[in-house]
Design a protein around this ligand. Structure first.
Ligand SMILES: Cc1ncc(COP(=O)(O)O)c(C=O)c1O
Length: 393
């Protein structure tokens, strides 16, 4: 088998991160990794906060948050007036769900590629309101047109009060045609929430051009922001209806301040988030994207080859910037949540490699990410050692 050539490394990139050099960190998609320069920027803000907490919180913080929000919204191609900073994608989804005013007979539609914790939030909101959660199966190899048709057929206008689709899915690393889906839903009068947890930084996105009612994305994964930095973007007609999870002093400040101000939190991560964008731009946004996607594709091929998976059987998420790739595990391996967790932990402990393992549709899947701090040798090492580990059961 000929494995594609790995991309040229980005010189010095690894030194920008604090990662333990003894570990192959192949799971940037889980919690991100914050560059040292961004950590320092946040620490400087914390120092300022601790020098005089009262002054920090009461003199200009709301305006500084608004300034940061405008900066980040511009990067995302989103309307700054529709953008609210939130702690994470899960929070953004919860804000939307509890603002809908669901009733019995309403339903929330998701797909079977959705994120587990968001599905739990849907289930809880449905249990609280009497609404129903329906999950649409979408084949892993479905093309864009097929996906749009599945969604079109699945919508029940008048009954479906929200459709949630993921821009890039977590368990299956699959790119969904969110703009086309939003178009179909709009024709049918069904509001759409795009869960774009992985999109900022990784994908060249323009939130406005997707045309969804709600969009949420994490900046703390691929945009190198400190953890706890996400953006919720709400279309104009919905803004007045959006309520925060925690009511605080900006309750009468209108959207988005009402959603952003969550009492006494540490807001320094948000204020330092532009330093993450600065790092990304300094390395070269297109260069980073091309490097990461090519490295993930390389990793998928070498690990897939080691497990005896033919290249044609390796899922292709579509798109030259997707920096997460799946490798199917042998039948019966890691098919359940518990078994997947156990295997992930075993790989970390015995092979010094952090990867994602998920059971999806009766099959176990390894998810490999590519980042500027990774090298081809890290995937090679995993490929050499993984078959033995799996054979040990
Ligand atoms: C598709 C998707 N949605 C939501 C989340 C949750 O992100 P967070 O934990 O930052 O809320 C993730 C995390 O990986 C994700 O992949």
């Amino acid at each position: 088998m000929t494995v594609p050539r790995p991309p040229e490394p980005i010189p010095g990139a690894r030194l920008l991160f604090s990662l333990d050099p003894s570990v192959s960190y192949l799971n940037h998609g889980a919690f991100g990794a914050v560059p040292i320069g961004v950590q320092r920027a946040q620490q400087r803000l914390r120092d300022e906060m601790e020098a005089n907490p009262l002054r920090f919180f009461t003199q200009g913080l709301v305006e500084r948050i608004a300034h940061t929000r405008r900066h980040l919204a511009t990067f995302l191609g989103a309307d700054p007036d529709g953008t609210a900073l939130v702690g994470n994608a899960t929070t953004g989804a919860a804000v939307v769900l509890q603002s809908l005013g669901l009733r019995a007979d309403d339903e929330v539609l998701t797909t079977d590629h959705g994120y587990g914790a968001v599905a739990f939030a849907v289930e809880r909101e449905c249990a609280r309101t009497g609404a129903t959660h329906r999950c649409l199966p979408v084949p892993l190899d479905a093309g864009d047109e097929e996906i749009v048709e599945i969604v079109r057929a699945g919508l029940r206008p008048g009954r479906t009060r929200l459709l949630i689709v993921d821009q890039l899915t977590s368990p299956t690393a699959k790119l969904f045609p969110t703009a086309a889906i939003a178009g179909v839903a709009r024709e049918r009068g069904v509001p759409v929430l795009v869960d774009a947890a992985h999109a900022p930084g990784m994908l060249p996105i323009s939130v406005a051009s997707i045309g969804a009612d709600f969009w949420v994305g994490n900046l703390h994964k691929w945009a190198y922001a400190p953890r706890g930095t996400a953006a919720l973007v709400v279309s104009e007609p919905w803004r007045e209806r959006i309520q925060p999870l925690v009511v605080s002093w900006e309750q009468h400040g209108g959207y988005p301040a009402r959603v952003e101000w969550q009492a006494t939190l540490d807001y320094t991560g948000w204020l330092a988030a532009p330093a993450g964008l600065f790092t990304l731009r300094s390395l070269g946004v297109d260069r980073v994207r091309a490097h990461n996607a090519a490295l993930a594709a390389y990793g998928q091929r070498v690990v897939g080859d080691a497990l005896g998976v033919a290249p044609a059987d390796l899922p292709d998420p579509g798109g030259p910037t997707v920096a997460m790739r799946l490798v199917p595990l042998p039948p019966g391996v890691a098919t359940t949540v518990d078994a997947a967790h156990e295997l992930r932990a075993r790989i970390a402990e015995r092979l010094d490699a952090e990867v994602s393992v998920a059971g999806w549709n009766g099959r176990g899947w390894l998810r490999l990410c590519g980042q500027v701090y990774n090298t081809p040798e890290e995937y090679d090492r995993l490929a050499i050692r993984l078959p033995t580990l799996l054979a040990q059961g």
